[in-house]
Design a protein around this ligand. Sequence first.
Ligand SMILES: [Cu+2]
Length: 394
Amino acid sequence: MKFTGFILALFLSLSGFAQKNYLLIGRNTGNKTLEDSTKIRTFGFARNLNENPPIPGPTLYAKPGDSVTIDFWNVSQGASHTIHLHGLDVDQQNDGVPHLSFTVLHMEHGYYRFKAVHPGVYLYHCHVLSPIHVQAGMYGMLIIERNDSLEYMENGSLKRADFSFPILFSEVDTNWHKDSVLMQGHDAMIHTAKLPKYEAQYFLANGREQNSWTNSPIHKPKGDYLMRLANVGNYAIELDQLPPGSRIVNSDGRDLPTALSLDSSWSIYPGERYDIVFTAETDQNLRFTYRNLNTWKAMGQLIIPIQLFRIGIESNPINQVQLFPNPGTGSIQIGGLNGAADASYRVYNTAGQLMQEGVCENEIQLRGLKPGLYFIELQIGNQVLRERYSLSQP
Ligand SMILES: [Cu+2]
């Protein structure tokens, strides 16, 4: 028996399949400050007991063949929660629909287990009084990647993008974040409360509103982009404006046999997910309109800019240079410098005043600057890269 176990372990390790373990903590005492300083109460999934649950919850990753276990703890006084694995082919026990699988009560925990099979984008969310608990913030993305985040299938062949990024759409209606809505009875079977009419005032992508995207756009060199979209809100997301040549290669966790061109309009309905690929040769404004499903009225809009590095020469090595994390707390790593000699940097504030300068190695430490927006200029030889940088509170 021991020997069989050893052979099995050897086989599993050689085959590259892994055991992926995640810990999520359900909390109903979160808060989120919106861009106009409105503060709302939230529920959410935190990674540890100290964390204010982020919205969305952490993105979970797996590869085909992985065995995934989510250990879910509930520390929500008075509220029960579950994790529904939206779009994944899990068995009944692990589906997270209360009364069909199991519910996790306050100070209890449960395991959700499944095998990752089809690459694509999925969602997880609490399924207890789901209109309320999802609006409260109990949702996140789950991505099954191929060998890495850049691979995708198009027209039956394996391809590779230069960059990829996930975007999860949602909304906030502050009237749904009042205790009278959030803290009513949590048992779906005896739930009688009247819900306010849903009219979202805030429009989010990855939990971020418009100013955040304007100030910190997607900032990469030109190349092929793989964009992983999901909608967990109550509105449809109309893809208003995408780069020419954009196409859908994967829908709801299945590769399309033939890529679908997005030259005409397309919408992502609640719960849907798409992988979209395009080539960015110039700066792009990706535009998304949030539409009421009953009236098709435009309720809000979000523009996500892709701002390419502004470099003159195609083969320019500065194309590969990246500053991260951004936003950050003042310790900025510089990727792709590759030991370039005579690299220098300058930091300007938004009024154009030079705040700091120096010789540039693999890190820049900002000193004594207030939180806010800055411009960081890197000079390598006669090539210059200018990057917006958001300095957040340390
Ligand atoms: Cu819940």
